[in-house]
Design a protein around this ligand. Sequence first.
Ligand code: NAD
Length: 332
Amino acid sequence: MKNELVVVTGAGGFIGGSLVADLRRQGFQKIRAVDIKPFEEWYQHFDDVENLSLDLNLKANCETAAQGACQIFNLAANMGGMGFIERNKALCMLSVLINTHMLQAALKLGIQRYFYSSSACVYNGQKQTHFDSPALKEEDAYPALSEDGYGWEKLFSERMCRHFREDYGLCTRVARFHNVYGPHGTWDGGREKAPAALCRKVIAAKLSGQHEIEVWGTGEQARSYMYVDDVVKGIQLIAASSILEPINLGSAELVSVDQLVDLIEEIAGIKLTRRYNLTAPRGVNGRNSDNTRIKQYLDWEPGIPLRVGLAKTYAWIYEQYVAREKRLQAAH
Ligand code: NAD
């Protein structure tokens, strides 16, 4: 595989960029990185891979992206935290064009393996109504009542992968990512997710001396958060596996939003006043990953402790934040 062409879509984003970085580290010789954003806006830049700026909503571009590839990791999507997906349902649903055209291109061009990044947002909302709702098993996606917009698109695209496999013999693999965080992710601008947003708010409070932050919801919403190194490893394990059905790829370390803030405060060495915004988007009350199946298949599960991953993420966002402040001051 290391001498064959591997394509990563969404490579200008958080997880795609981190996957490209890891493939390079492992010595993959031919990597094609594709994203709709202009190259200057990609989160990570690697000049020794083939970088293409293409809109993968378009079928012809998907064929250009897939040409000559052995394997495709499709990570391109319109995506963000709750604040973004609750306000951009139509845009999130339009990602169906990307997966549809990438699947058609993969089939036409005889691609050997196709990986699709689904999400825990496919799970039935009624199974996540309590802060201590049981961890989600793969079968909990049905009967379907996914997160409106983004989640329904992911569920539909999962099924397309399944039917392209069953009807046309394309080798598809699907993982349902639970919240991912880490360096080189979105940390400001409206698409960031809770860990990055809270790190940024704590940093802003610390540097400004105004020791108060806004927390969305009551602070009781429970989630698990997976460090980016774990998702990058899991993607490759699942892509290479014989796992036919969509499978959870998430941490099983459940914390409340308040506990997440506690951890970030501890890392930052500060205690802040919390102002709870009960009208802000907050998603389901409780969501965790049941990892029984991934452990059975792979004898592995994401295991990087939240405390460890958060310390690295906080340090990276701190650097970005300070660098941006300096740029802004220099511009004035
Ligand atoms: P991201 O937004 O950082 O990366 C996605 C990339 O896709 C972006 O760089 C974007 O420009 C690109 N893209 C969007 N539309 C495109 C198009 N038409 N053509 C080409 N590129 C396009 O998000 P991420 O966190 O890296 O997510 C990667 C994948 O994982 C997505 O499919 C996402 O839905 C899924 N996922 C992520 C999480 C998470 O917590 N980050 C959780 C569940 C699922």
